[in-house]
Structures are given as structure tokens and as C-alpha cells.
Write a protein that binds this ligand. Structure first.
Ligand code: ARG
Length: 560
């Protein structure tokens, strides 16, 4: 069911000497309005070879093209416009969706394991909006890659190691209490951490104490380890609450600390491969030939670093998963870090470093300012989700007071709004966080798509007959909807190629809008011969909207 390909072939039949199929494929355009045809081929490129005016060429070619299977093929100025045979097209699209159901759009474009490093928040700190982005983008990419044949492995590379734990232990011992941490772990741990930074400005000796405690932790000191492990488990409990709300699951929670016992092997290997250099007591890998700053492997006090642990993790993932590709969904501000990571692996002789891809995303600011945990300028994710759900509850109570599972639907709509808002823009775009914008339910929003799907379901519920895709649909007003439905598999392929969930989100918005236009102009439930075909169209829209929302990690309630 590749209609563009049939246009390519029709053209290839008459352009053998001038262009190959690939070149033709790249030149084909989609006219702005379907009145001008479904595909258009511009003849400008042929003018040079054929020494003729483009419009003349278009006219000549139209006379030669085999138009079987098309409604018509016409020349309009310099363009050849192709009109697909509408009823054949409609039946083919609707029958395919009816038979495949939620598997519509599945394709074999790749295979093999793809570890996806995603979310990866830092212990004892609130999960930030950046981590939300990583979580929902990573989750969506995992779903999209599954749809095209890969086997993703979702890894939460928790920030559970590093010098900050030295600071935290010092702060806890000075100002903290067990009851406070138990009552509200992250809030209180964050408070200690923020206070540590404030006081360390005037008392630099605090930093020395923190370094000493981190050293103890690395050396396996019992008290230090017990505190660390307690902070970790309390934090993880809170993170899991958020993952539950978002409906995101992980295959692994192996964080930075997991790699502690693999540090010596890394530094030994780097040394054996003659890659380690000394620089002011620290050990580094020089990366000047890559035009990058040196990678810091070990500090002068012997402590290993974020980079060292990422090297161990990359190698561990390669050995464990024999990956086809390895993804890191991490903010754009870490671009240099991942370039260094790949460069060091290359220097170590690992060709598979080329299969490592950093999938960056843009920054979220609040009131134009950068967010900062240290300065206490944070947006609390859980609060945002709760507020969105409350607003959804209010709206549902107003619009649909007798809805049975109202709480469940409100959860799907509120959370869906936040997730969709994050995914609808290109991931590298920065955006300023505005709560009333995030929980908006009209316009280009997740709830708008969900609502359209619920409307389609309600039409199906009201109908006295069953959808039937084999009944011919001869309905010009359905044309744009049909074409969008047919475009779903190619849309998924594009989203996967660019690791770009926004391609799916934009598609879902456009399909919803196109369907609502159709609905506004057509009486769907009229009892005529084509009713089963129109219902098949409505059902297809619901199948595809539900699938698209699912690829974004957003639920599609049947009623709302
Ligand atoms: N914990 C880090 C942070 O919050 C992100 C970790 C990303 N993953 C990685 N393998 N480096 O900035």
C-alpha cells in the first residue's frame, strides 16, 4: 500500500533515460490542497536535459504516462499532478487498518537491542523538568523503535554517586534529622544540600569535610555507606511514585554506583593502551585531536568521575546487550561530555563507539531564568502533575458530570496534557515553563487529541450497524482523512529515523483536526449504503489516534 511508489513507477516508465527511481522519489511533492492532486512532479529539473520549457515537458509526459490505477494524471503549468483512484485507495487503507488494528504501522526497519539511557535523576534531589523531558522522550523513543522492530532496554542511570554525597552527609550530620528525612525525604535532603552550598561560601572548610566524607564513602566506610544507601532508597521511592503516574517502566536501575567496582579495570585498560596522562596530579585522556577538552578520568585525590563511570557503563552495556545502537537521552548541555565519551571509546579501539548516539533536548526555563537545584529555583514535577489532574477533574465535572470512571479519566487527561506538551515541540527546542499553558485542554494539546478519539468512539457506540471496510467509500470529504491514515507508517519511520517524538505528536494533532473538519461537514450516522464504510473510517481514525498517543506514552480514554 505505497501510493507514492506507484507514482514513482508511473514516472520511471517514461523517464528511464533521464532520472532513476530514487531521484524521482526525491522530487515528488505533495500539493498544498488535494484539489491540485495527491502528488505532484515538478519538471524544472528536466528542462536542462530535454532542452524544452518545463510546462511543455509536463504536457508531453502526461501523454506518455500509463495512468492505470489513477483517477487522472494532468499537466498544470510545470507540474504533473497525480490524482489517486479514490475508492480503490479508500478500500485499501481502511481494510488494512481494520485487519491490523493496533499493529497498523508496524514495520521491520531494524532489529537488535537498543539500550536507552533515560530519566537518570540524581539521588537526594527532586526530579527536575529536565528529567521529566528525558523520561518522556526516552519512553516515546522506546515505543517508536519497538514499532519498527528494535528491542529497546530502558536504563535509569541514577545519579547515585559523586562528591555531592560527601556534602550531603556533612549537611545531614550537622543539620538533619532522621524523622525529617523519613517524613519528606527529597524536600529535606534538598534543603540540607542548598544550606550546605550557602554556608560553604563563608566556611570553605565545609568543602574539605565533604571531600573527606566522599573519600570514606568510596573506601567503603560503614557509616558513610549506610547513610548513602538510605538516602538512595528513600529517593527512589519518590521517583517511582512519579514513574507510576507517568506510566513509565524501566528495565534497569543500574546507576553510577553500580560501576564502582569496575573503575580500576577502566583506568588499567586506559593505562595499558597508553591513553592516560598526568595533569596537575589528575589523570586525563588528551582529546585535542578531536578538538575536545581532555576527559577527566581520576582526580588528584584518586576519586573517579562521572566520565569514568560512563566509560564503564558504555562498555558494560556493549558486553551485556551486544547493542545495535546505544542511546543517551540527556540534555543538550551535556553534548561535550558525550562527544568526549565517544572519543575516548574510539581511542580505546572500540569501533562500536559509532553506534552510540546522544539524543539531546532543549532547556526548560521558568520566567526566562535557568532552573537550578542549588539556588532552589526548581519546578516540582509531581506538583505540576497533580495540578494538571485537578484541572482535568474540574473540566470533566463540568462537561461530563455522569462519567463513570471520572478519576481515572482525569488522571489520563491531566498527565496526558503534561506529557504531550513536552513532546509536541522538536526536542532540541528550549521552552519556558508556564503551568497554565501546560494544562490547557484546547488547541494543540494532548487532551484535544484524546477528546477527538473519544468523539470517534461515541459515534461508533451510537451506530446501529457495524463498521465494514469492504463497503466502497465514495466520499470526497473523507479524502484528506484517508490520506492522513495512509501516511501513518511513513510518519513512524520518520520519527524513528530522527529520534523525534514530535513528528508523531504533530501528526496526531493534524489527524485529529482533519477528522474534526470531516465530522463538521458530514453527517456520519445517516442510514445509507455507505454508513458501514464511514464507520470503518471513524474506527480507523480511533485506531490510529490511540496508537499515536500510545507511541507518546499518553493514554486514550474511550469516553471523556
Ligand atoms: N544524572 C545525570 C544528570 O542529572 C544524567 C545522567 C545521564 N546519563 C549518563 N549516562 N550520563 O545530569
Amino acid at each position: 500500500m505505497d501510493f507514492k511508489q506507484s507514482v514513482v513507477q508511473a514516472l520511471a516508465g517514461v523517464l528511464k533515460d533521464d532520472l532513476n527511481e530514487d531521484q524521482i522519489n526525491k522530487l515528488i511533492e505533495t500539493p498544498k490542497s488535494s484539489d491540485l492532486g495527491d502528488y505532484a512532479f515538478p519538471c524544472f529539473a528536466l528542462a536542462k536535459v530535454r532542452h524544452m520549457a518545463p510546462a511543455k515537458i509536463a504536457e508531453e509526459l502526461v501523454g506518455e504516462i500509463d495512468a492505470t490505477g489513477f483517477e487522472k494524471v494532468v499537466a498544470t503549468g510545470a507540474y504533473i499532478n497525480f490524482f489517486l483512484a479514490k475508492t480503490t485507495f479508500a478500500t485499501a487503507v481502511l481494510a488494512e487498518i481494520a485487519s491490523k488494528g493496533s499493529a497498523y504501522g508496524d514495520q521491520q526497519l531494524g532489529s537488535g537491542n537498543v539500550p536507552i539511557d533515560m530519566s537518570s535523576p540524581n539521588i537526594a534531589k527532586p526530579m527536575s523538568m529536565g528529567h521529566l523531558r528525558s523520561t518522556v522522550i526516552g519512553n516515546s523513543i522506546a515505543k517508536i523503535l519497538t514499532k519498527i522492530g528494535y528491542s529497546p532496554i530502558k536504563i535509569n542511570h541514577l545519579g547515585d554517586w559523586g562528591t555531592q554525597f560527601g556534602k550531603l552527609i556533612v549537611a545531614y550530620k550537622k543539620w538533619g534529622s532522621e524523622e525529617a528525612v523519613k517524613a519528606d525525604p527529597i524536600k529535606n535532603l534538598l534543603e540540607y544540600y542548598v544550606r550546605f552550598h550557602a554556608e560553604a561560601e563563608t566556611q570553605p572548610e565545609l568543602d574539605d569535610e565533604a571531600r573527606a566524607w566522599f573519600k570514606k564513602l568510596e573506601d567503603g566506610d560503614e557509616e558513610a555507606h549506610k547513610l548513602w544507601s538510605w538516602f538512595r532508597s528513600e529517593s527512589l521511592k519518590e521517583f517511582k511514585r512519579i514513574y507510576d503516574i507517568l506510566g513509565v517502566e524501566f528495565d534497569s536501575f543500574k546507576g553510577e554506583a553500580f560501576y564502582n567496582d569496575k573503575m580500576d579495570a577502566i583506568t588499567d585498560e586506559l593505562a595499558a593502551k597508553n591513553l592516560l596522562q598526568e595533569s596537575r596530579g589528575a589523570e586525563i585522556v588528551d582529546l585535542s585531536k578531536y578538538n575536545l577538552n581532555p576527559a577527566l578520568i581520576r582526580k588528584s585525590d584518586g576519586a573517579t568521575l562521572y566520565m569514568t563511570r560512563d566509560l564503564a557503563a558504555a562498555i558494560y552495556r556493549y558486553k551485556t546487550y551486544d547493542f545495535a545502537q546505544s542511546l543517551y537521552v540527556v540534555g543538550m548541555e551535556q553534548t561535550e561530555h558525550f562527544k568526549q565519551l565517544k572519543a575516548v571509546l574510539k581511542e580505546m579501539g572500540y569501533d562500536w563507539a559509532d553506534d552510540i548516539h546522544h539524543i539531546p533536548f532543549g532547556l526548560i526555563t521558568a520566567n526566562g531564568k535557568k532552573l537550578s537545584t542549588r539556588k532552589g529555583n526548581v519546578i516540582l514535577l509531581e506538583k505540576v502533575l497533580h495540578e494538571a489532574v485537578d484541572l482535568a477533574k474540574e473540566q470533566i465535572a463540568e462537561k461530563h458530570p455522569d462519567l463513570k470512571n471520572a478519576d481515572e479519566v482525569a488522571e489520563a487527561v491531566g498527565v496526558g496534557a503534561v506529557v504531550f506538551h513536552d513532546l509536541k515541540n522538536e526536542r532540541v527546542d528550549n521552552f519556558d515553563f508556564n503551568l497554565s499553558e501546560v494544562v490547557r485542554f484546547e488547541g494543540e494539546t494532548g487532551p484535544y487529541v484524546q477528546y477527538t478519539n473519544a468523539r470517534a468512539n461515541s459515534i461508533l457506540g451510537k451506530a446501529a450497524v457495524k463498521p465494514d471496510a469492504s463497503v466502497a467509500l465514495d466520499d470526497g470529504s473523507a479524502w484528506d482523512v484517508l490520506k492522513m491514515l495512509a501516511d501513518y507508517p511513513a510518519t513512524i519511520a520518520r520519527a524513528a529515523r530522527d529520534y523525534e517524538p514530535s513528528v508523531i505528536a504533530k501528526y496526531a494533532l493534524k489527524l485529529a483536526k482533519t477528522f474534526n473538519q470531516y465530522y463538521a461537514h458530514t453527517k456520519i450516522l445517516v442510514e445509507d449504503q455507505q454508513l458501514p464504510a464511514r464507520l470503518a473510517l471513524v474506527q480507523s481514525v480511533s485506531v490510529v489516534l490511540t496508537s499515536a498517543l500510545d507511541l507518546l506514552g499518553v493514554k486514550a480514554p474511550k469516553e471523556m
